[in-house]
Design a binder for this molecule. Structure first.
Ligand code: 13P
Length: 247
């Protein structure tokens, strides 16, 4: 039995005051019988770490550089994330693939850099609406995951995978539990062929997960938790999703 993991992706939201309220609300609502993390904007990581001291909620970032260190203005290395206690880093989110032209290989290199410093990469894959309508869902997610598996080699068993259909992100359109499960099963099979850890690896679903649809999604055989956007910004909503994961 895999322990569920619920990760809040705050994206580019928040302020010191709003974050303090949100984290205080989560502290009060937890703990849950599930692993819970928040991936926050870089400037707020240190303060988030302080606010979460003494709780079981861990924290992470939303991106990292593929480079070790050096003249890369504006970039943040995985060594730095590790240095300030990040447990997770999201890599390959569809918003980064779309707005920053991140390639499958760059995403894989970022995942490798994270693992090299003991930060668990949460590797996002997912098809656009046009790709789904063209019947390419499986091919797209397999291509995205293959690049990471190839680059990480035997270490690929250490990552977390997140299936986030692009058409379901922030749209209120959720993949049905059956649609999501079908893709998760494809991803699990692909991992199975690559690592003997496939049975313990967590594959999260993301895309308009809310308190009222989380339990049904999390009940699917290969859905091991969620990557939560909008609903991670309200303590009540996020903690309800964490509760659903704990059942
Ligand atoms: P929403 O939950 O807002 O659809 O966002 C999902 C997501 O992109 C999480 O990474």
């Amino acid at each position: 039995m895999r322990r569920k993991l619920v990760v809040g992706n705050w994206k580019m939201h928040g302020s010191r005051i709003a974050n303090a309220q949100l984290l205080a609300g989560l502290k009060e609502a937890g703990p849950w019988n599930a692993d819970v993390a928040v991936c926050v904007p870089f400037p707020y990581i240190a303060e988030t770490a302080l606010a979460l001291t003494g709780t079981s909620i861990v924290y992470g970032a939303q991106d990292c550089s593929a480079h070790e260190q050096g003249a890369y203005t504006g970039e943040v290395s995985s060594a730095m994330l590790s240095d300030i206690g990040c447990r997770y880093v999201i890599v390959g989110h569809s918003e980064r693939r779309a707005y920053h032209a991140e390639s499958d290989q760059l995403v894989a290199d970022k995942a490798k850099a994270a693992l090299a410093h003991g930060v668990t990469p949460i590797v996002c894959v997912g098809e656009t609406r046009a790709e789904r309508e063209a019947g390419q869902t499986e091919a797209v997610v397999k291509r995205q995951l293959a690049a990471v598996i190839h680059t990480l080699g035997h270490c690929c068993g250490e990552m977390v995978v997140a299936y986030e259909p692009v058409w379901a992100i922030g749209t209120g359109l959720t993949a049905t539990p059956a649609q999501a499960q079908a893709v998760h099963a494809v991803l699990r099979a692909q991992l199975h062929a690559a690592t003997d850890r496939s049975g313990v690896m967590r594959i999260l679903y993301g895309g308009s997960v809310k308190a009222d649809n989380a339990a049904e999604l999390f009940a699917q055989a290969d859905i091991d938790g969620g990557l939560i956007g909008g609903a991670a910004l309200k303590a009540g909503d996020f903690s309800a999703i964490c509760r659903a994961a704990a059942q």
